[in-house]
Design a protein around this ligand. Sequence first.
Ligand SMILES: Cc1cc2nc3c(=O)[nH]c(=O)nc-3n(C[C@H](O)[C@H](O)[C@H](O)COP(=O)(O)O)c2cc1C
Ligand code: SF4
Length: 452
Amino acid sequence: MTSAEPAEKLLSPVLSASWDDDRPWTLATYRRHGGYEGLQRALAMPPDDLIALVKDSGLRGRGGAGFPTGMKWQFIPQNDGKPHYLVVNADESEPGTCKDIPLLFANPHSLIEGMVIASYAIRCDHAFIYLRGEVVPVLRRLHAAVAEAYEAGYLGKNILGSGIDLDITVHAGAGAYICGEETALLDSLEGRRGQPRLRPPFPAIAGLYACPTVVNNVESIASVPPILARGKDWFKAMGTEKSAGFTLYSLSGHVTNPGQYEAPLGVTLRQLLDISGGIRAGHRLKFWTPGGSSTPMFTDEHLDVPLDYEGVGAAGSMLGTKALQVFDETTCVVRAVTRWTEFYAHESCGKCTPCREGTYWLVQLLKRIEAGQGAAGDLEKLLDIADNINGKSFCALGDGAASPIVSSLQHFREEYEQHITERRCPFDPAASTVWAGRGHVHESATEREVHA
Ligand SMILES: Cc1cc2nc3c(=O)[nH]c(=O)nc-3n(C[C@H](O)[C@H](O)[C@H](O)COP(=O)(O)O)c2cc1C
Ligand code: SF4
């Protein structure tokens, strides 16, 4: 692909193909687009062959880590006499990440069909959707779609005469980012406070109610029916060798036309900007995230990085959730990182010390730097705290919190220094009064004291 290619050649709408139809969320529309044909094929295959097919397709998890989906299903022990569970992670709370919610809103049956196929493969007769609770319209739509699927015989007893049973429970979470971490999600689903579990044992061995459990992202599961319907070779023909297929890229921020762009893995931000109207008029790109706020930020030097797992990794970041948050030259990087860090401090579940204490202290330091009250040595302190969080926390939320600190200092250290030496925010001089009025942070980062 070249950036000069027209949108219709660059994009590969599959999950989003029906979004512009009238009432795309209904079963009738879904069927008109070939919906539930993949399920018919799947039910005609032995479950192990189905797992092998998904494995061979090269589908990798779309929830952030890119773990091969078929391999995850294969880890479920067979003939162990225990119930098996499928849990779909629809918590979607990372700043910038906004693909699963629109997908569920526009096309809920793609998830339901994928869940029936996945449940058949892993021998599960009760599956769950853990949805972020704030999105009530999506919750209603999901409930309606599940009811439609029961009515049509795609759920319940003896699905399509196959002898297979499946019930789906839709669960609304209470809106905590940590409940997207798969083991915290399982605790929350079981009715406990959502905090990550120690691993091993992994969910495939002891997950929901201590039974073998597959936890997959919405988009991962929704990508399975088209693979069944059109074949693994069709899927592998898109994307790159190790990152096969199509995916949803969520373009947001200072762009002319933000939105969901479904394209083969390996497309570049330059190409996506070319077909989406570019950076907003009169401005230029300053920095961006390839996969949400937890992924190290990129700059305009990275416009041609292939947005697949390997390409983004080789360039020093992570593909994550493919949430492309774009910031132009009017954005203060210190302010943006401060806002993200406030989010991580708020969402830290408190289970482990490096993240609970570290995110708190990062916010204190960042706020005073942003307000022009920073001191010499603050940048080293920021890096030191980030280093004490990264890789030393109990779960990946901590690593995610450290990531914008480290990458923004790598690319924009001078801008941080400017805040300290000029004693003001160069983007918003008025901001310097905000923090001054509240006092200053005690120099020792071991005491939680803010002196007025
Ligand atoms: C703090 C945190 C939040 C997460 N939030 C989500 C989420 O909202 N949705 C999601 O699918 N995965 C999320 N993940 C990743 C999950 O733990 C898990 O890897 C994913 O659901 C696996 O699905 P996949 O293999 O289909 O990608 C989160 C991880 C962490 C550490
Ligand atoms: S890293 Fe943060 S969110 Fe994860 S367990 Fe520790 S305190 Fe909780």
